[in-house]
Design a protein around this ligand. Structure first.
Ligand SMILES: *Cc1c(COP(=O)(O)O)cnc(C)c1O
Length: 397
């Protein structure tokens, strides 16, 4: 048996492999530089172009770009009319932004447990958590695997709820052969560098509803409008009116130019991610004690994340030891995510009695492996070798 790096052995590779990373090429750089040489660096033509590209890719009528995915979620909660006393159901296995956006609007996030097979929010538990105060659902396509959006939409229609799909992980994924983006009332994509394509920081909401589209546009720009059809009066060409308490959440033209250039490579990036995921599947499918990610028959994941679940009783050591052993091999593993309600802020706010057993069990056993389109064959093989190396050492079944 090879001596593990954590025990003083030679690591599988000499430099740390990140878990996710952007892929910027010369065309992306040229696109940004051309904006810098032009007259508009903030509000210019690329924003609308980028929005059109995202809407068309996702199969939605409208898109509104924001300065981040988090700002976009805040906008979506505003457009949904979330306010004090309103409950919004979401998953605990997500980034804090998925529920913080509810808090920004004075609403109350309610956590429904995950399905232990898919790790996505369990529609059955959503059903149990619906009360007369429930106003919306924010399902998250965790790792890029779409949620059971049809079941969730049916449930929402039945109870008069809005659905904001957090698709930060699932740009390019398909549900029943249709791209994510035209199922929910609003769908959010993030353009952070670890996501599928990037604008540096950025987010987009797509929707088919004109009323929501108008609210989103107002919200990202101070609640101000210059649209003659909306003004209560018109005092002249300089005149504008503030109709809502909006924020300054605009994307810049520089970022939109980068986004447009990156969108052209999205399908290729997703194809590469799927290829790497398939390679991992094959490598890890037959290791007792390790669970590879579930792939639903109704969906085609865009593989933002690839994680393995190390069943506690199958190993001599716990997840932390396994994680540290992989890091020592220079594999930049991660953990996604700490159940949101476990965060000290949420605990202080009164979530200390919230308990989602499946989410907590999942959190104890999950390790995210590196996965990004720019990974070389060697990088992928290093990951497989490192996992098998620590597996041999620590498995006890
Ligand atoms: C990245 C992410 C967000 C927020 O996106 P930002 O662009 O970083 O603000 C929201 N939800 C999930 C699930 C994410 O992974």
């Amino acid at each position: 048996m090879e001596k593990l790096a954590i025990q003083g052995g030679v690591p599988v590779r000499s430099t740390m492999l990140a878990y996710g990373q952007q892929w910027i090429d010369e065309r992306d750089i040229d696109a940004v530089v051309s904006v810098l040489r032009g007259p508009f660096i903030t509000q210019g033509p690329y924003i609308t172009e980028f929005e059109k590209e995202v809407a068309s890719y996702a199969g939605a009528r409208y898109a509104v770009a924001f300065s981040s995915g988090t700002a976009a979620l805040h906008g979506a909660c505003f457009a949904a009319g979330i306010g004090t006393g309103d409950e919004v159901i979401t998953t605990p296995i997500t980034f804090v932004a998925s529920s913080n956006c509810v808090l920004y609007c004075g609403g109350t996030p309610v956590f429904a447990d995950i399905d232990p097979a898919t790790y996505n929010i369990d529609p059955e538990d959503i059903k149990r958590k619906i009360t007369p105060r429930t106003k919306a659902i924010i399902p998250v396509d965790f790792t890029g695997q779409p949620v059971e959006i049809e079941a969730i939409m049916n449930l929402a229609r039945e109870h008069g709820l809005l659905v904001i799909q957090d698709a930060a992980h699932s740009l390019g994924a398909e549900y029943q052969n249709r791209k994510i983006g035209s199922f929910a009332d609003m769908t959010m994509f993030s353009f952070h560098p670890v996501k599928h394509v990037t604008t540096g920081e950025g987010g987009v909401i797509v929707t088919d509803r004109e009323d929501l589209y108008r609210k989103l546009q107002l919200f990202r720009s101070h609640g101000i409008t210059k649209d003659p059809s909306l003004l209560t009066q018109d005092e002249g060409p300089w005149y504008y009116e503030m109709h809502e308490l909006g924020y300054h959440y605009r994307l810049t033209d520089l970022q939109a130019a980068l986004g447009s250039s990156q969108m052209k490579k999205l399908d290729e990036f997703v194809r590469k991610r799927r290829e790497i995921a398939a390679y991992y599947h094959e490598a890890f499918a037959n290791l007792p004690g390790i669970r590879i990610p579930y792939q639903a028959a109704f969906a085609n994941s865009s593989w933002h994340l690839y994680m393995l679940r190390f069943e506690r009783e199958a190993f001599k050591v716990d997840r932390q030891e396994l994680f540290l052993a992989l890091r020592a091999e220079n594999i930049g593993v991660h953990v996604h995510y700490i159940p949101v309600y476990k965060q000290p802020y949420y605990q202080r706010m009164g979530y200390s009695s919230t308990h989602c057993p499946e989410a907590e069990a999942f959190y104890q056993e999950a390790i995210t492996l590196p996965l990004f389109p720019k990974m070389t064959r060697q990088d992928v093989e290093d990951v497989v070798r490192a996992v098998k190396k620590i597996y041999q050492q620590y498995v006890q079944i």
